[in-house]
Design a protein around this ligand. Structure first.
Ligand code: SAM
Length: 215
C-alpha cells in the first residue's frame, strides 16, 4: 500500500532545497516537485533512492528522469494553468504528474507497450489523469493538435517537423537534440509561423525512437 509519511515529505523538502541551489527558481515548479510523491514511482528495491537527484531504471531499459532535468524542462516550458500540452515519452509518469500539478491539460504518448500499459494503470491511482496514448510520439498526435506546449523526454537526432507543425501560435517545444550520448536542450517558440530557437545546457537522455527519431 502506498504511504507518504513525514520521512518521505522531509526527503522531498531536501530535494526541493537542492534544486533551488542548482538554479531552479520558479516557485510553482518547486511546489510541484515538493508535492508529487516520487517514491511511489519506484520499485521496493530502489525505494531508498527516490529523493536522490538522479535518474533510475524503471524497467524495459528506460529511466525515470533526474529531478533536476524534470524541473529544468518544466521551468523552461513556462507552464500556464490550462495549457494544452503534449509529452513524448510517458515513461514512469512522474513528469506528467508534475505538469498536471501545475494545471496543464496533459496528452502523453509512450512507444513501449509495457510501460504504456503499466503507467496508464498506475498513475490514476495517485490521482493524476492525463490522456494516455500508445505509439510513436516522434510524429506527435496530429488528431489532438495544436498544443501550447510540447515536451520531449528522450534524446532526438533532429527537431521533428511533425512536432513544430503541431505547435499553436505562441507555442513552445522543449526538446533535447544531439547524438546518442549527449544532447543540447532546445526551446523552439512559434511566433507568427516563424520558429525562434534557444539553446541551453547539455543532458544525457535515452534515445527518442521512431519515424523522426533514432532507427
Ligand atoms: N517522462 C518520463 C518520466 O517522467 O518517467 C521519462 C521518460 S524516459 C527518460 C524516455 C521515454 O521515452 C521512455 O519511456 C521511452 O520508451 C520513450 N520513447 C522513446 N521514443 C519514443 C517515441 N518515439 N514515442 C514515444 N515515447 C518514446
Amino acid at each position: 500500500m502506498f504511504e507518504d509519511n513525514y520521512r518521505q515529505r522531509g526527503l522531498r523538502n531536501k530535494l526541493v532545497k537542492k534544486l533551488l541551489e542548482k538554479g531552479i527558481c520558479d516557485q510553482r515548479v518547486l511546489a510541484a516537485i515538493g508535492k508529487v510523491p516520487r517514491h511511489a514511482f519506484f520499485d521496493d528495491a530502489l525505494l531508498g533512492h527516490a529523493y536522490e537527484d538522479k535518474a533510475f531504471p524503471i524497467g524495459e531499459g528506460q529511466t525515470i528522469s533526474q529531478p533536476y532535468t524534470v524541473a529544468f524542462q518544466t521551468e523552461k516550458l513556462k507552464i500556464q494553468p490550462g495549457d494544452k500540452l503534449l509529452e513524448i515519452g510517458t515513461g514512469s509518469g512522474y513528469q506528467a504528474a508534475i505538469l498536471l500539478e501545475m494545471g496543464a491539460k496533459v496528452y502523453t504518448i509512450e512507444y513501449n507497450r509495457k510501460l504504456y500499459e503499466r503507467t496508464r494503470d498506475f498513475l490514476p491511482t495517485l490521482g493524476y489523469e492525463p490522456y494516455f496514448f500508445y505509439g510513436d510520439g516522434s510524429k506527435g498526435i496530429p488528431a489532438k493538435a495544436p498544443y501550447n506546449k510540447i515536451i520531449v523526454t528522450a534524446g532526438a537526432p533532429v527537431i521533428p517537423t511533425a512536432l513544430t507543425d503541431q505547435l499553436a501560435e505562441g507555442g513552445i517545444l522543449l526538446i533535447p537534440v544531439g547524438d546518442r550520448e549527449r544532447q543540447k536542450m532546445l526551446r523552439i517558440t512559434k511566433v507568427k509561423n516563424e520558429l525562434k530557437k534557444e539553446e541551453f545546457d547539455s543532458f544525457a537522455f535515452v534515445p527518442l525512437l521512431g519515424d523522426q527519431g533514432w532507427k
